[in-house]
Ligand binder design. Sequence first.
Ligand SMILES: [Zn+2]
Length: 273
Amino acid sequence: MIHEIMPEVMDNQYRDRKPEGDSRVLFVRGREILVCEGADGISYPRYRDVEGQVGRMVYLFSISGRTYFLGEMQAPGIGSACFMGWEQLRDAVPRAEAFAGMTGIHLHQWYQSVQFCGRCGKKAVHHGTERMMYCPSCGNLMFPRIAPAVIVAVTDGERLLLTKYAGRENAHFALVAGFVEIGETAEECVQRELLEEVGIRVRDIRYYGSQPWGFAGNLMLAYTASLDGAHKIDLDRHELAEAVWLLPEEIPEIPDHSSLTREMIRRFKEGKL
Ligand SMILES: [Zn+2]
């Protein structure tokens, strides 16, 4: 999965750091990031190469001692580097650079959303020693925002429930997923989403694992569950185009292993879930 970068290690504690010549600079535009592509995969511009073309820089994290900064681009382009969309980034190599890009996109989206105080509307400022923005006018503290969401692999003992999202061309099979609401547990969210999206009930809800999914600002919490009652699906057509029960051999090959969803589908297909 995209966050599994061993033997590399990410250190995402905030520090008040200044860029050095070898620091990586992440330029983000929406859910795209500026990359240099070479024979060994992607890399990010070095500070020494973009020093005159970058505005404000914010320290993000380090990976195995390499430091990464968010940069404000002050030039129309940077050498031969080009923007890569998140769909390509999720499969990019080296894996640690793909994970750095995803995490940089998440942090960029958060910094973009807290430029002004959400309480009084005044300009917010960076805190010097913590990953935090604050409002000097009313004292509002704004910490990084992560939205918890669940995904659930439901089986009936033989078959896995797979869905396709509505409104997407060439959608791959996915699992039922949704955001945790304020005031509910992750397990209650699993039950609610299954009732809302496909109209089924489950039992034996078990935690499987979690994954940061920065492209959408989420922390994904994955569960397995067993069908409790009838297979009949009552599809929420606003959310889903399709929901089917498939045997392992009926499931198409999984195109990549970057997400928890795809890992769980692959493991079911291999009889390991
Ligand atoms: Zn304020």
